[in-house]
Design a protein around this ligand. Sequence first.
Ligand SMILES: Cc1ncc(COP(=O)(O)O)c(C=O)c1O
Length: 479
Amino acid sequence: MSLSNLYDPEKFRQNGHALVDQLADYLLRLRQHSDEEKVLNYRTPDECYTLMNELMDAPAGQGVATLFEPFLREIIRMHHPAYLGHQTSVVAPLAALSELAGSLLDPGIGVFEQGNIGVVLERIITERLAALAGWPEGASGFLTSGGTLGNLTALLCARQVMAGGDVWKNGVGHQQLAFMASEQSHYSVERAVRTMGLGEKGLIKVPVDRQYSMKPEALEQCLREANAGGTKVLGVVASSCATATGSYDPIGPIADFCEANKLWLHVDGAHGACVLFSKKHRHLLDGIERADSFILDFHKMLMTPKLVTAVVFRNGKNAFETFHQKASYLWDRDEEQEWYNLGKRTYELTKSFMSIRVYALWKAYGPAIFEENVDALFSLAQRFNELLQAQPDFETAVENPESNILCYRLIHSDWTPEKTNEVNAAIRQRLVEEGKYFIVQTRLDDRLFLRSTVINSATGEAQMEGLISEIRRLGSLIA
Ligand SMILES: Cc1ncc(COP(=O)(O)O)c(C=O)c1O
């Protein structure tokens, strides 16, 4: 194979047609025969390692279909209606095609001279999100690779704006700086704080209520204790929603507290800020209009390939405070706020062409498609919850889940708390190994729960009821 063959347009055409046929057949199979298809052909990590090593060394075979066939066999099937696991997107086929286009064109999005329309789209997308959040003109942002990096970038900005000195230039010094977030905040918040050199004391964990939402009335005392210990609190992170249970922190009262104490308010909406698109569920974000920054992952409920995270600032100019770095090979005027040279505000420089994935769905179907998906997933989750509540031998962590995440487990009056944990962990392991359903697990107050995100609008009552029966069957075998 010569290099020029590698770039042969006709070969690409042939391979592309073959690949799309193969993927369309895969989707069709899952749609028509999901009962016979597993969600996952489980292998241990070591078995996967051996398999993939053998595959790498085996002769390539003919045609693109052979190249990808093992992936379709081995990969977890996100489009399977019995996929009820982690909260990552079930990709809309059009968004996958946009990814193909984006990957082939692949301009590199760090600066305008190379990323042009990709750069501009990031501004347009984040301005539209800002408008949905009720923010005034001047609000803006960019896209980045994932919620973890999104939280870090927003909090780096908050630190620079709120620390009361040029931390970017002089470092954090001796004063302990900190952010506050609920005990249920995603670990990326704590990781961001520690990455900033603020250490263990850099994150003050605010207690949660029985729904696992932050208790805003506890903020005052947390702040008083921090101040008394010489810690300067810079801001509060509201989880919208918390990863484990899908509970939303009440942004309004948190915003009152932040306003009264002149603190930055960041909303970690990686999973749940997508309700910005939903008239029915928008109220869960009431108060976001008073926040300083938020993030939203399109690659969770909004059906784009991973990763696309929007990082949005109410005062778009703040984002220019975060990093001050000279880079004459990229831009000449270090001091100027050139919105179109994204690298001035983003942690990343070269990025994938992620805006094309959002553009494709937004342009082709309108933002109503996001609303439809969010509403569908929330309503399916509500139905799943009703079914769970009706089972006398199941308990849930939260009686009325606010989003599409559910934590539940099998219980029995004879079981000790330890045994309940062990049985449920064993059930989950067996479920995943058998491959008919995919669910995950989490611990809440030392209680192990089975956890599902209803993320596929094709999931129906058949899967929910089937999963409940399967858990019960495995429970009676294991206990
Ligand atoms: C609330 C929240 N924040 C941040 C993240 C991290 O996002 P990512 O996995 O895209 O880095 C997650 C991931 O589940 C999340 O649920």
